[in-house]
Ligand binder design. Sequence first.
Ligand SMILES: C[S@@+](CC[C@H](N)C(=O)[O-])C[C@H]1O[C@@H](n2cnc3c(N)ncnc32)[C@H](O)[C@@H]1O
Length: 371
Amino acid sequence: MDDDDLTPSTDLQRWARQYRQFAVQECPNDPLYVALCQIVADSPELLALMAHVRHAPQARPNLLLAALHERVLAGVPHDLAAYYPSVGGERAPDAALADSLHRFVRAERPRLLEHLRLRSTQTNEIGRCAVLWPALSAIAAQTGRQDLALFDFGCSAGLNLGVDAYRYDYGRFQLGAPAAPERPTVACQWRGAAEPPRTPWRLRARLGVDLAPVDVQDEDAVRWLRACLWPHDRVRARRLDQALAQARANRHPVQRVEQGLQTLAVWLQGLPAGVQPVLFNSWVLAYFDTPSLAAHRAEVEGLMRRHSLLWLSAETASLRPPGLALPPAPEGESAESASLWTVQALAPDGQLSAWVLAWSHAHGHWLHWLG
Ligand SMILES: C[S@@+](CC[C@H](N)C(=O)[O-])C[C@H]1O[C@@H](n2cnc3c(N)ncnc32)[C@H](O)[C@@H]1O
């Protein structure tokens, strides 16, 4: 008997609900993922794969979807690939998909289980740079310092360290680097009455840290980043490839760390005089449990006091700086799924102050600038 036959039925039922919910709430625009989620939800054999996920918070449908996608992107010859637009597949989900998926999973089981055991879903979304660019401009205006130093905490592959090398198209106007054929252009809808800040800035130093950074020179590691994107989203995939090519050329420093703030403390001491250091994190604080988040905040506050450090944070609204009033979410958008961009700094009277710069789509499709 296979170990999977021993998976408690309550677990299978819970995972089946998760997959059905995921199809409706998280990927309704991807017909392949909707169909795959439904097939998994109906199959005890496939649901039992979830028992192999070692890190409990990762026991989510997107981990298995990414694991399958990775095998397809790796070029495993199989009829399942015909359903994946990311490898040129054009076949719409049909009655043969369930059988194809089951056969694929049996054939690729060892590698799939390895992914489920060891991996976590990881992306590096340069769409967020469409907000990071004006945010850095606002910081330059606010501090009167145009020379900035960017420390990206939880930087993944470090692609957001290339914020000054991308082009941003907001429809009515453009910002960032000049357009060029191989330069990523990030389209972002600028919402709200506020005009964009236009104070120029430049990065005099940059460093990214991550518990598990993705090495842009390592094709296997990079394939996992691609696998975590939805297979139909060719715009994001192309932009990712362009940003990876730039990162390979620019080689901005990225370090694997256990204690990123210790690295930050050392880095701050080595910065040139007159440079404004900015600690940045986007979609990272959710990885902390409550006590570690409190400790992290206290440690950052200590660094702000010692080094005139500014803290720019793009996270869900519930992770905003304590005590900061929540501005109303933009019309038609949910505060739970958007990013709230906040800045914290030490005021001249020694008090910590925090303010909101913008709401944005989690991947930067739109931004509502509050300034
Ligand atoms: C959702 S990804 C976001 C990546 C990137 N900031 C972006 O906006 O695309 C979260 C990243 O945070 C990293 N991470 C989580 N906890 C961390 C910690 N305590 N120290 C450093 N990195 C961490 C993860 O490894 C992962 O690469």
